[in-house]
Design a protein. Structure first.
Length: 120
């Protein structure tokens, strides 16, 4: 599959910059990093039609996400596939991490024979 033309990706970036402002420009950064992103997005969006790109851009403009999409998220939006929201995916991992940490703390405390005071 052929890469998306660079000028198409540059126009996508312009739209994303208008939508996400400094959050996009901080992400893309300097010219060197922008060229890396251009290549990554050009490859990652290969095969998308103009209509699919418009769909994804419209979804970005209407979404309530604070962060710009990754290339994979953008591709999924363009194809009309379900996009896992990053905020939704963070919560279960945070809960799982906290539960795991509490489990380890309990094990450590029991190995120390209760010589360590339990904190909050």
């Amino acid at each position: 599959m052929q890469k998306l033309p660079t000028d198409w990706v540059e126009r996508i970036f312009e739209r994303l910059e208008c939508t996400y402002k400094s959050k996009w420009t901080c992400l893309v950064g300097d010219e060197r990093r922008k060229n890396i992103y251009l290549n990554q997005w050009s490859t990652g969006l290969a095969g998308l039609t103009p209509q699919e790109i418009k769909r994804a851009l419209a979804m970005c403009e209407c979404s309530y996400h604070d962060l710009p999409p990754t290339v994979v998220e953008f591709y999924h939006m363009a194809k009309g596939l379900k996009v896992l929201k990053r905020k939704d995916s963070v919560l279960p991992m945070t809960l799982q991490t906290r539960e795991l940490a509490e489990q380890y703390l309990t094990e450590i405390r029991s190995k120390l024979h209760g010589n360590v005071s339990q904190g909050t």
